[in-house]
Design a protein around this ligand. Sequence first.
Ligand code: MF3
Ligand code: CO
Ligand code: CO
Length: 252
Amino acid sequence: MSENFKEAFEKTRIAGSIAAGALDEVSKIIRPGISTDQIDKTCYEFIHDHKAYSAPLFYRGFPKSCCTSVNHVVCHGIPSDKILRNGDIMNVDVTAFKEGWHGDTSRMFKVGEVSIKAEKLIQTTYEAMMKAIKVVKDGVFLGDIGSEIQSHVESNGFSVVQDFCGHGIGKSFHLEPNVLHYGKKGTGEKIKSGMIFTIEPMINLGKFETKTLKDGWTAVTKDKSLSAQFEHTIGVTNDGYEIFTLPSSLTN
Ligand code: MF3
Ligand code: CO
Ligand code: CO
């Protein structure tokens, strides 16, 4: 791997671990009765304490430091005084910017006890992301990633959101290529060693269609069914991949 790749990987590793650490903090405070603003504050403070910036804050006018997407919200939910209730499921998405580089990650959180359907949706979404990550290495195609996700999700009876995708990431928050979460094996751009991008499938319990609310951000399922998402930032190596945004429970 060239020197340039080395700096990119080293810096993304740092930003990625701060983003993942913010989510580890969220997991400690999550319970029925807290507001999504409290989650935002936790993310902001953790990132700030690690001398990094929260990339979502003021990104294209986004007002908060993370996205909190509850139940039928697909992505880009805006933290507010909304109180979480027993049975809610929520994605929290954070992006840290440190020394010029970004790390972007999201996880699902369960508030109290959730339904079996919600559990299965969350489990399947996580499996789909991990199956896709595991095919990544120099020389495979972007379509191999999409196909892995789509086949796992659809065989479990869920649907893949098509309106949002993963993305290259580095000195900018969103870069080429678009990483679609559906598609056919052997199609699309070839993945090369040194590339850094996110895989962040959004999976719906019902139909795949989404719409954006009047706030210009909050994307919801059109049929109001539940939606789940996980996201990692990964780097491509000659023989595989590196995940830059693992939770500390998996790295310690
Ligand atoms: N973190 C999101 C992503 O995975 C983007 C959020 S943009 C924001 O790409 F402005 F809504 F924060
Ligand atoms: Co992303
Ligand atoms: Co994200």
